[in-house]
Design a protein around this ligand. Structure first.
Ligand SMILES: Nc1ncnc2c1ncn2[C@@H]1O[C@H](COP(=O)(O)OP(=O)(O)OP(=O)(O)O)[C@@H](O)[C@H]1O
Ligand SMILES: [Mg+2]
Length: 199
């Protein structure tokens, strides 16, 4: 696992024009730069969040996770809510996504029912495993962080702070987050559990 995807994302910030490949499946025709795309996605995500928190929802359900991605990105991307079909630097082989997701929601439901872990650890492990599967072509970080906050809400816990800064941009918060995920790749969850409630 590495964060090459991150570097690609960071190199093409703000005013940079999107490539033809990056525009594949893009719905609003006015969008041509990275900045316009970020803004459109952010507006869509706000609506997705409002929908998600209108009531208590159990995110440990494959259909819910797909629907959530669609609610977050469906106004911007045609492929919102559909799994990727090709490999990424992060993530398992694409053909394994449905089975691994099923295993994840079943395992996490079991952990929840049997109080296997304290709530924060259960949620942090869920987050890491979901983003490790990397089900969608893009938007997995934001989707799996929101899904985790929904799980916390379902367990009557406060949402995570996720470092309380801008986790989507290069900087201290992002670096600590990625380092914590990499430790979790090696089954060490301590950094991630600490990070998710840090201020
Ligand atoms: N080593 C790693 N192990 C597991 N997950 C990782 C690792 N490195 C990065 N990630 C995850 O991949 C995400 C990036 O994937 P993707 O581009 O699909 O999501 P995004 O929502 O577009 O990005 P962002 O998180 O910047 O908003 C990161 O946010 C992080 O959650
Ligand atoms: Mg991305």
């Amino acid at each position: 696992m590495n964060d090459d995807l991150d570097d690609i994302f960071e190199e093409s910030e703000g005013g940079t024009d999107l490539t033809e490949e990056e525009k594949e499946g893009l719905i609003p025709s006015y969008i041509s730069t990275r900045g316009e795309l970020n803004q459109a996605e952010q507006q869509n995500i706000v609506k997705g969040e409002l929908w998600a928190f209108t009531k208590k929802r159990n995110p440990l359900d494959i259909k819910f996770l797909n629907d959530l991605h669609k609610k977050m990105y469906g106004e911007v991307w045609e492929w919102a809510g559909s799994y990727r079909k090709t490999a990424r630097n992060i993530g398992i082989d694409a053909y394994r996504i449905p089975t691994e997701l099923k295993q994840l929601v079943d395992d996490t439901q079991y952990q929840l029912d049997h109080a296997t872990y304290p709530p924060d650890e259960l949620a942090a492990r869920f987050h890491h495993r979901l983003v490790f599967i990397h089900p969608f072509p893009n938007g997995n970080g934001r989707h799996s962080r929101l899904a985790t906050d929904i799980l916390l809400h379902f367990m009557d816990q406060e949402r995570f702070t996720w470092g309380a800064g801008d986790i989507t941009r290069k900087g201290d918060v992002r670096s600590r987050y990625i380092a914590a995920l990499q430790a979790a790749d090696n089954h060490d969850y301590g950094l991630l559990i600490e990070f998710v409630r840090s201020e």
